[in-house]
Ligand binder design. Structure first.
Ligand code: FRU
Length: 485
């Protein structure tokens, strides 16, 4: 070996290490993740003048949960995100917990026409430590320059705690029929609805849920909005819950029913989950978007979020999903599909038809994999690398369930129970089966049967997966892999 080559050979691993030292391994490429520091829930998602705003629970100075700020990112297409300076900092009333944002187009609050108003929970850690129960209160802040600069309202808090330990995560929306704002608030083991005409004074309307739905953990981050089925209005109440999800830890449940401006009534007694995977939480929808309900969640789970093996940041968001109402077996379900912006594919497309096995290299590219079957059949899709690490996604016809299996996906030892296998029921009664996977360097999101069964899983392979292989007991009518840039 010549000296020059030897130096190069010695330097290469050092460069590789230096790259890892920067902490960029597992950084998603088609999902939002903060440049540095900790992130959890998406907050204040609001659309204004062609821009989608995404605020988020953020601890900028550490990669574990701590004093909460609202980070801020923007996107024109829900695909590519730009992180902006922090929007809301802790203040004398406390740190800034989760909440929502609205565009006050009628200037009801008097802050200015089209003011962006954030409604959030102030969490007072001193009061909590002192043993009082009333340390969470709702406050507001406004921005007159599209979220760049914020002013906290002098009369904060606008909704004081009546003595409930978990009193947080206000989601506010305009109820046009009643010309008033509705706040949907998580109040420990139920939801309390409040109304206001000016965002500053709130009146309790009703309570929902003490006896309904899943109660394996505390209720958090709710949302309330209508969806339509051929002109039929159905109200959807999202309630995130931690722990007590269908596959352990945190998860998003929802109710369908009616809302008349005062009271929500569910039209079912079963528990419904928006995503059965372990890694979608605190998901809610964008406000001020006409004609579409666009949902996005935090892509992690409180069971291990603080210890996942990423470098200088922790956590990412799921992709944005459009929610649709589907009537199946006599009941309304909410289906989620990747927003159509994900069809803007600029990379290579690979297609195969009428195959039972298929294999193609991922070329370390994130992408969208779609499968369609004339009739439901057991199959498995394996994402793998040459270190023998693999992530398996599939369907078991005998059990009529989808699964994701990350037991051998790479580093699973950082938290007990991370290396698990997860299942989701198949809901559709139609014979035909379709599946869309959004694959990134550290996650896979599975949307089956038009988004009726959804599963999100994160993973941490030693090296990025480079192969996808598919095998099925019956012919797959069509397989398409499209790279996403
Ligand atoms: C949900 C949650 C919210 C709270 C926030 C604090 O993940 O616990 O209820 O507002 O995170 O960061």
């Amino acid at each position: 070996m010549r000296i020059k080559q030897l130096i190069l050979a010695l330097l290469l691993p050092v460069f590789a290490m230096a790259q890892d030292d920067k902490g960029e391994q597992h950084r998603p490429r088609i999902h939002f993740s903060p440049r540095k520091g900790w992130m959890n829930d998406p907050n204040g998602m609001v659309y204004l003048n062609g821009t989608y705003h995404l605020f988020f629970q953020h601890n900028p100075d550490s990669t574990v949960w701590g004093p909460m700020h609202w980070g801020h990112a923007v996107s024109k297409d829900l695909l590519h995100w730009k992180e902006l300076p922090i929007a809301l900092y802790p203040d004398s009333l406390g740190t800034i917990f989760s909440g929502s944002a609205v565009i006050d187009s009628n200037n009801t609050a008097g802050f200015g026409k089209n003011a962006m108003v954030a409604i959030y929970t102030n969490h007072n850690h001193q009061q909590e430590a002192a043993g009082t129960e009333t340390f969470q209160n709702q406050s507001i802040a406004y921005s007159l320059d599209e979220g760049k600069h914020w002013t906290k309202y002098k009369g904060n808090p606008v909704l004081s705690n009546p003595g409930i330990r978990d009193f947080r995560d206000p989601k506010v929306s305009w109820y046009a029929a009643g010309k008033k704002w509705i706040m949907t608030l998580a109040t420990r083991d139920h939801i309390t609805f409040y109304s206001s005409t000016d965002l500053k004074h709130w009146k309790e309307e009703s309570r929902f849920g003490k006896e309904e739905g899943a109660h394996g953990g505390v209720w958090e981050c709710p949302d309330l909005f209508p969806l339509y089925d051929k002109g039929n209005e159905v109200w959807v109440l999202i309630v995130n819950i931690n722990p007590g999800g269908p596959n352990g830890g945190s998860a998003t449940q929802y109710f369908t029913g009616t809302f008349d401006g005062h009271t929500f009534k569910a039209d079912h007694t079963t528990t419904k989950w928006l995503d059965y995977g372990p890694d979608e939480y605190a998901g809610v929808t964008w406000s001020n978007v006409r004609g579409r309900s666009i949902f996005l969640g935090w892509m992690s789970n409180w069971e291990y979020a603080n210890v996942v093996p990423t470098g200088n940041w922790r956590s990412a968001c799921t992709i944005a999903r459009e929610l649709k109402l589907v009537k199946t077996g006599g009941q309304y379900l909410v289906a989620s599909v990747p927003v159509r912006e994900y069809d803007k594919i600029t990379g290579k497309v690979i297609t195969a038809e009428n195959v039972t096995t298929n294999h193609f290299p991922l070329h370390a590219q994130p992408g969208k994999l779609s499968l369609s079957f004339a009739k439901a059949a057991s199959f498995s899709i394996t994402l793998s690398n040459n270190q023998g690490e693999q992530m398996v996604i599939g369907y078991d016809r005998a059990k009529n369930e989808y699964f994701t299996d990350r037991r051998k996906s790479g580093d699973v030892g950082f938290a007990q129970g991370f290396g698990g296998r997860y299942t989701a029921p198949r809901f559709t009664i139609k014979p035909a089966m379709d599946l869309t996977l959004i694959i990134d360097d550290a996650s896979v999101e599975v949307f089956a049967d038009g988004g009726l069964s959804v599963m999100t899983s994160i993973f941490f392979p030693g090296k990025n997966y480079t192969d996808i292989s598919i095998s099925s007991e019956e012919k797959i009518a069509k397989v398409v892999f499209q790279a996403i840039k």
